[in-house]
Design a binder for this molecule. Structure first.
Ligand code: SD4
Length: 290
């Protein structure tokens, strides 16, 4: 800890951190690093929670949520985006080419085509088959559980010491049509303040939205908490609102301006991937429930 450049991301996405590291190590900026890093998972059809290959909503539609934030505090997001693999790249051009922060659904998709993105079918045979199996027993109710994960949130500091972050997901599997989670919501699934640090989340987005989790963690770091202590407080805030319910997972990761990192989650099993000058490690996260 405490060195630049550095990149961290939720879960064990070593290919994604390796890609981001390649950008950072070549002197690239943190914005390019996080975009290109999370794009690895968007393109990976074996990751069924991000981009192409993502699990669909309960009606069989793959809908993506993503956002990105730069060192100036600029941000861009897309919600309920269909037929485009690299949602994070659309979020980036929303940030860079429009006067807006969030584009949704058809408008976001149209904007993407106007900017050269290609239409693709994101529903793979595997995700389709699983969805059809789910439909048999689900009684058309979405499942909220602790296995439903693999969203990528990534935070990086480049050689200049500047921080950026990105987050991208296909959301909770078999969600209601139109549902948007925390991942594309600035302050919930991701927040970066280049003077302080950044935070990002994975897990049941509804819980992260109602506590504005990532913004909370950055503000706690501003008040002097370490990234680790700030993540712990973020999870505790959520658990305080869920006295009778513990059957869900949330994982937070955070980084401060010094390059110190932290993470915390509800249930054991969460970890984050980190790449520094010392190489790559997968860092297991401590959990609220032991
Ligand atoms: C969501 N937070 O849409 C996302 C899901 C997630 O790993 O993190 N999955 O609520």
């Amino acid at each position: 800890d405490g060195q630049f450049p550095i990149v961290i991301c939720t879960w064990n996405f070593t290919n994604a951190t390796a890609k981001a590291w390649e950008v950072l190590n070549a002197g690239g900026n943190s914005l390019d690093a996080v975009e290109q890093g999370v794009m690895v998972e968007e393109a990976d059809v074996d990751n069924q929670t991000v981009g192409k290959g993502g699990r669909p909503d309960r009606d069989g539609y793959v809908t993506l949520d993503a956002c990105i934030m730069d060192k100036y505090g600029n941000c861009g997001a897309v919600v309920y985006l269909q037929n485009i693999t690299h949602a994070v790249s659309v979020a980036r051009i929303v940030m860079e080419k429009t006067p807006h922060v969030i584009l949704a659904g058809k408008g976001a998709e149209q904007f993407a085509y106007e900017n050269g993105f290609k239409k693709e079918d994101l529903l793979t045979e595997k995700s389709k088959a699983e969805w059809m199996e789910w439909k048999k027993t689900s009684q058309y109710k979405p499942v909220i559980n602790i296995e439903n994960h693999d969203t990528i949130g990534m935070l990086a500091i480049d050689q200049n010491g500047d921080i950026s972050g990105a987050c991208t997901t296909s959301g909770m599997a078999y969600k209601y049509g139109g549902r948007v989670g925390d991942s594309p919501i600035i302050g919930a699934g991701l927040f970066v303040d280049n003077e302080i640090g950044g935070a990002t989340a994975t897990g049941v987005g509804e819980e992260v939205v109602r506590t504005v989790g990532s913004f909370l963690i950055v503000e706690l770091m501003r008040q002097g908490k370490s990234p680790q202590k700030a993540c712990e407080e973020g999870v505790k805030r959520i658990m305080a609102k869920n006295k009778d319910r513990k059957d869900f997972q949330i994982g937070f990761i955070a980084i401060n301006k010094k390059g110190e990192t932290g993470s915390y989650c509800v249930h054991p099993g969460f970890s984050y991937s980190m790449f520094t000058n010392e190489g790559q490690v997968n860092q297991p996260s401590e959990s609220y429930i032991k």
